[in-house]
Write a protein that binds this ligand. Structure first.
Ligand code: NAG
Ligand code: NAG
Ligand code: NAG
Ligand code: NAG
Ligand code: NAG
Ligand code: NAG
Length: 475
């Protein structure tokens, strides 16, 4: 089994946990707490390393008449939380959990440990730099739910953004000290659609001063952005990384019109693209050069290893935007279905359990509306002066660096600092280019969920983003 442990996991297992000295109770009294928030304070999460920051989890009602509630997990910054910004993190899918991926595999302070037995401290957690809010969105994802089953038939990009927007306002009622805080939204994969759509909604609603949210920018990792460019990048990357043959690539070039709304009615094109996806089934599309998890688990809901894609005559097929290590997914599932864990996170009473899974395939399969491109929203947000940074792990085949490059170059923004390396710990961490209004950075040797592969480098980029400073230009 050990032979199949992913490198990133080994790295996480080897770091010394930082053990705090204070008890949770002492810190809970540090400031007078808002009573609504204090109900959500997490005090006895099983297997949690001792830390000296507070964290909260629970539900926020988003639609009372239909009974919709979204689950969040919020980690205060490790130091000086009152002085640090608030960052909302979203994972994609659609249908995948920000708790299962973002919080416990990527950038949260507690990384789920092997076999769901407990949690490991993550010294590169992004809550070192910001107050981090993880949201399971939309309803049907993770612990989030609706009491009105017909809601699940309506899920799409706009529905998701509207509920996330209502969530924020109701969350601020629980946490009023964050109401006017500098605010950013970050996310990866299909959240490449969620994040700009939500940012645009906030920007539009901000015209009403009573609804003002202090949004300053967005940060996107390997984001789905524009279907046409995303597909062109996917097939070109597969070809340029020797996943498919010259012949297959030539057929795609000759027969596929990714800008058409009817790409797949061309049988030659769809056959050649199927060949790309077939080749990717043999390896991990999210991380080309690491091994796949050979797990003992069998069963129908072990979806993470397979490439999921949906193709209707008109729509662009969607491929599941998950993460790179299906073993970690299984550990997360074991952990979050524990009665004591659900009780500690205020999800259930510990008897009537919620059924948690990392991705909900029904949501993925029944997604009603996906914006073909969010590039027009980029333009609007850039004009509004919001900070936009896009990063890309360059060993991801799912939303490859080429897709992002094609999308960004189609914006035609003036280049203010040309392509060059950026450094971390004396090494080239990747390359970056600054445009007027947007920064694009790559991570050398990282897969789809970049922070799993490059935890320290990711935290460095996050820090630069928050400061609005260029990435380190020198060793
Ligand atoms: C609740 O959700 C339903 C269905 O999405 C919608 O029709 C209704 O307007 C929502 N209610 C409120 C108060 O937002
Ligand atoms: C959903 O229904 C259950 C059972 O009636 C109730 O306890 C819960 O509060 C409802 N949830 C929401 C968000 O209204
Ligand atoms: C697809 O494009 C054609 C021509 O541009 C247009 O007439 C048609 O309405 C479009 N179909 C859909 C489903 O958007
Ligand atoms: C897989 O099965 C083998 C043999 O039954 C066992 O030793 C190992 O611990 C199992 N691994 C996991 C991850 O469950
Ligand atoms: C949870 O869902 C799985 C399928 O994903 C199903 O097999 C299982 O019975 C469900 N458990 C409960 C308690 O509903
Ligand atoms: C969603 O799609 C699945 C097929 O993946 C189907 O079985 C299910 O009934 C659909 N659910 C809803 C609520 O439409």
């Amino acid at each position: 089994m050990a032979g199949f442990l992913p490198l990133a996991l080994i790295a996480i297992l080897c770091v010394e946990p930082v053990v705090g000295v204070r008890s949770h109770g002492e810190w809970a009294n540090r400031r007078v707490l808002n009573s609504l928030a204090s109900e959500d304070l997490v005090t006895n999460l099983p297997g949690q390393p001792v830390v000296d920051f507070r964290h909260y989890a629970g539900y926020v009602m988003v639609n009372e008449s239909n009974g919709r509630a979204l689950f969040y997990w919020f980690y205060e910054a490790t130091t000086l939380p009152d002085d640090k910004p608030l960052v909302l993190w979203l994972n994609g899918g659609p249908g995948c959990s920000s708790v299962g991926y973002g919080a416990t595999q990527e950038i949260g302070p507690f990384i789920v440990d092997i076999n769901g037995q407990g949690l490991k401290f993550n010294p590169h957690s992004w809550n070192r730099e910001a107050n981090m809010l993880f949201l399971e969105s939309p309803v049907g994802v993770g612990f989030s739910y609706s009491n009105t089953t017909t809601d699940y038939k309506k899920l799409g990009d706009d529905f998701t953004a509207n509920d996330a927007y209502d969530f924020l306002h109701n969350w601020f009622l629980k946490f009023p000290s964050y109401r006017k805080r500098v605010f950013y939204i970050a996310g990866e994969s299909y959240a490449g659609k969620y994040v700009p759509v939500l940012a645009e909604l906030i920007y539009d609603k901000n015209k009403d001063p009573s609804l003002y949210i202090n949004l300053k920018g967005i940060l996107l990792g390997n984001p789905e952005t524009s279907d046409a460019e995303d597909w062109m990048g996917l097939v070109d990357y597969a070809w340029s990384h020797a996943v498919i043959s010259e012949e297959t690539h030539k057929i795609i070039q000759r027969t596929c019109d990714f800008k058409s709304n009817d790409t797949w009615s061309n049988k030659e094109c769809s056959g050649a693209v199927d060949e790309v996806l077939d080749q990717y089934k043999q390896i991990d599309i999210y991380s080309l050069y690491t091994s796949v998890c050979i797990s003992n688990a069998t069963g129908s809901d072990d979806n993470s290893m397979r490439i999921m894609f949906q193709r209707t005559p008109k729509m662009m097929p969607r491929i599941m935007g998950g993460t790179y290590d299906p073993c970690l997914d299984q550990y997360a599932k074991a952990f979050y279905n524990r009665p004591d864990v659900q009780k500690a996170l205020h999800v259930s009473d510990g008897y009537q359990l919620k059924n948690w899974s990392i991705c909900n395939m029904d949501i993925f399969n029944n997604w009603t509306y996906s914006k073909p491109s969010v590039l027009p929203i980029y333009k609007k947000l850039i004009a509004a002066g919001l900070r936009i940074w896009v990063y890309s792990g360059d060993t991801d085949g799912r939303v490859p660096v080429l897709s992002t490059g094609y999308s960004l170059s189609s914006l035609g923004l003036p280049i203010t600092r040309a392509w060059r390396p950026w450094y971390h710990q004396k090494e080239v961490s990747g390359w970056f280019q600054e445009y007027k209004g947007l920064t694009f950075a790559t991570f050398r040797g990282a897969g789809h969920a970049v922070p799993i592969f490059k935890p320290s480098n990711s935290l460095a980029l996050f820090t630069s983003f928050l400061l609005g400073e260029s990435l380190p230009l020198q060793r």
